[in-house]
Design a protein around this ligand. Structure first.
Ligand code: CP3
Length: 339
């Protein structure tokens, strides 16, 4: 563990060159992923089959030697455990049955333990198979982001259905988020106990909330997760990625209790540097610079390194890598960071 660079950074140390991994590093931009995915059948079959899930998690580590590996799964396994009919349609993203306010009382979290057992088995196998210097990151979705999909039944550009749901049914919304926070915390505890070194909470849709809604629906449920995880695993290290949180990142670490802040690519670098006074930050290259390559990529990497690598810092993208990212550009990025 001592040599796991990312864990040192989460402890507040400055490590140079910084550890690097990419959100969605296992995925369709890799031919070996597409091959395993075709064998597995559906996307969820891939997530729930430890043989396949271990294989695709290891693929980017073998190819690029990233400093950290992220468990291969999806944030929507939680609504799937709640029997919401989650399925993935090629080219259309995730779908499920939209939930009504009066159904929230009847959600039954008791299936989750058995349902998610294969994901926990994947974590345990990964810790055995990964190189000892590679950090293993577990994850879950933040309750708000998971709820946006449960309410609309699919992805939307601005999550208007979930925002309207919250304004019309604030009590039902709080009930749903509390249930998801409790389930997510229990799920993260199991990942940590099975061998994850740290965990990341993905709040990809935090940015659509106004100030009050951000406090109620982004901050409060994440704080609940952090408290519940730490009650079971006191030294758990947690990265919070609240995409679009903007100026609210100034207080997000203190208010939620996360150790490190994920920064999306719109976060100004000088602001990012001020956030390092209280601990680690992670990010924040625009994923499109990785597609562009060349000067756009080099300059983006250099500016981030200049601004953030003198403090506790994990290099990452500002959001997930996309299927059209060229493999040579990922190699170029790593060379630029590591020299
Ligand atoms: C919102 C969200 C989801 N899933 C996730 C988020 C939060 C992060 C973010 O904002 O990107 C998180 C996620 N999804 C996936 C991982 C695996 C680990 C990793 O390599 O980062 C992680 C951490 C695999 C995946 N999850 C998904 C894929 C692509 C599925 C495929 O192979 O067809 C992968 C590799 C599917 C997925 N899953 C989700 C969507 C919207 C989609 C469709 C988008 C797309 O097609 O790229 C929900």
């Amino acid at each position: 563990m001592a040599e796991r660079k990312l864990m040192k950074v989460l402890d507040g140390e400055t490590v140079f060159p910084p550890p690097v991994w990419l959100m969605r590093q296992a995925g369709r931009y890799l031919p070996e992923y597409r091959e395993t995915r075709a064998k597995a059948g559906g996307f969820l079959d891939l997530c729930y089959n430890p043989d396949f899930a271990v294989e695709v998690t290891l693929q980017p580590i073998r190819r690029f030697g990233f400093d950290a590996s992220i468990l291969f799964s999806d944030i929507l396994v939680i609504p799937d455990a709640l029997d919401r009919g989650v399925h993935f349609i090629k080219g259309e993203g995730p779908k499920m049955t939209p939930i009504r306010a009066d159904e929230i009382e009847r959600l039954d979290p008791s299936r989750a333990e058995t349902h998610l057992a294969p994901v926990i088995a994947t974590v345990a196998r990964l810790r055995e198979e990964l190189p000892s210097e590679t950090t293993l990151i577990g994850f879950c979705g933040a309750p708000w982001t998971v709820a946006t999909y449960m309410i609309a039944g699919h992805g939307t550009p601005d999550q208007a259905p979930a925002r309207m749901f919250a304004y019309w049914n604030p009590e039902a919304m709080t009930k749903l988020l509390t249930l998801l926070a409790e389930m997510s915390a229990d799920y993260l505890v199991r990942q940590l106990r099975a061998g994850a070194d740290c965990v990341q909470i993905f709040d990809s849709w935090a940015g659509v909330l106004d100030d009050q809604a951000f406090r109620d629906y982004a901050v409060a449920p994440v704080k609940l997760i952090v408290e519940r995880v730490r009650a079971a695993v006191p030294d758990a290290k947690i990265i919070g990625f609240a995409k679009g949180a903007a100026a609210r990142l100034a207080t997000y670490r203190q208010e939620t209790g996360v150790d490190a802040l994920g920064l999306d690519w719109q976060v100004p670098l000088d602001f990012g540097r001020t956030l390092q006074k209280d601990g680690a930050v992670q990010g924040n290259l625009d994923p499109l610079r990785l597609i562009a390559g060349g000067k756009a990529l080099d300059e983006g990497v250099d500016r981030i390194m200049e601004a953030l690598s003198n403090g506790p810092f994990v290099f990452n993208l500002g959001h997930g890598i996309t299927p059209d990212a060229p493999i040579e550009h990922v190699e170029r990025l790593l060379k630029r960071i590591r020299g």
